[in-house]
Design a protein around this ligand. Structure first.
Ligand code: ZN
Ligand code: ZN
Length: 346
């Protein structure tokens, strides 16, 4: 099969012909029809992820068609249209048994712990626990765009952030994660403030549900601005970018008993940012992470998509070919454009 391969961290990936994958006894092989481009792929390519063994094929936001299933797979067969969360649970550990596959102790991640979906085919283990059937009407590109940023934002807003109607929600950073969060929080009935450095992204944020915007490049004190708009601070706030300053602001702009959810990755030099711990204690603030979403929780999100309350297709950006993927991957270290780039031609 054709695949994007890198042999050294930070060196230009190339298109190579490599052996087709075989399904594990509990796994399947999926013919990839669409795969999203993500900043995590860039982190992996840069060598920020300990799990990667070289040579490596990146890609973890995928949708496609099952072409082969292992002997022990009971729920899936060739021909079914599917997607999969980026954190694949083993189905047997304590976390999986308690319903928390997203933090499985033995999780595998396509494109990190194993070869990923920047290829014609990808092998996914523990298929019965992790595959998600696609609604008939959903395009593969839209389905691929859900796999990482959209589902993580769904879990961050709905399950971790526990947003309720009428609350104020601040979203710091309007890339793929941030825009997804804005759409989801708004659909949940919250009043959303979008914060970013560019007016272009803030205008788009307003179109998909933000009721207020703050351009952090032109605002000397973002925390003060959020507190003014919300009359005392946000109930829930998210760092969707993953930077020490946005993380700090997202905690500092909360009102008493507010909830911060960290979704933007903090790796390398950013792994241990400053936290206003004085405020965390005095205001009884909550700080949580959000790491993908369990396959079984997709159903609630899929129903909101089916009824038109969520429109993830609006967040699909550029569609490119696999041949263009190496250059696009290397560019992910810079600031994202609007929308999630997806490889749709293999
Ligand atoms: Zn597990
Ligand atoms: Zn991703």
């Amino acid at each position: 099969m054709k695949a994007v391969v890198f042999e050294k961290f930070g060196e230009t990936p190339t298109i190579q012909t490599v052996p087709d994958p075989e399904p594990a006894p509990e796994g399947v092989v999926i013919k990839v029809e669409a795969t999203g481009l993500c900043r995590s792929d860039w982190h992996g390519w840069m060598g920020h992820d300990d799990g990667i063994r070289l040579p490596h094929v990146p890609g973890h936001e995928l949708a496609g068609v099952v072409v082969a299933a292992g002997k022990q797979v009971t729920r899936w067969k060739a021909g079914e249209r599917v997607t999969v969360p980026f954190a694949v649970g083993c189905g047997r550990c304590f976390e999986c048994s308690s319903g928390n596959h997203q933090v499985c102790e033995h999780q595998t991640q396509p494109g990190f712990t194993a070869w990923g979906s920047f290829a014609e085919y990808v092998a996914i283990d523990h298929a019965d626990t992790n595959l998600v059937r696609l609604p008939d009407k959903m395009e593969f590109a839209t389905a691929a765009s859900l796999g990482c940023r959209f589902v993580t934002s769904f879990r961050a807003i709905v399950d971790q952030g526990r947003v309720t109607p009428g609350e104020w929600v601040a979203v710091h950073g309007c890339g793929g994660v941030g825009l997804s969060a804005i759409m989801i929080a708004s659909a949940m009935g919250a009043n959303v403030i979008a914060i970013d450095l560019t007016d272009e992204k803030l205008d788009f944020a307003s179109k998909i549900g933000a009721v207020a915007t703050i351009n952090a490049a032109k605002t000397p004190n973002v925390v003060k601005a959020v507190k003014q708009i919300t009359n005392g601070g946000a109930h829930m706030s998210m760092d969707a970018l993953g930077h020490p300053s946005t993380s700090f602001n997202s905690i500092a702009n909360l009102r008493r008993r507010g909830r911060h959810v960290q979704v933007g990755l903090m790796l390398g030099d950013h792994a241990r940012p400053q936290v206003p711990m004085d405020k965390v204690i005095a205001f009884e603030l909550e700080i949580r992470g959000s790491h993908g979403m369990q396959a079984y929780r997709y159903q609630a999100m899929m129903e909101m998509i089916r009824t038109g309350k969520l429109k993830p297709e609006l967040l699909v950006g550029k569609r490119i070919s696999l041949d263009e993927a190496p250059a696009a991957l290397m560019a992910m270290g810079g600031f994202e454009g609007i929308g999630i780039g997806v490889v749709t031609k293999f």
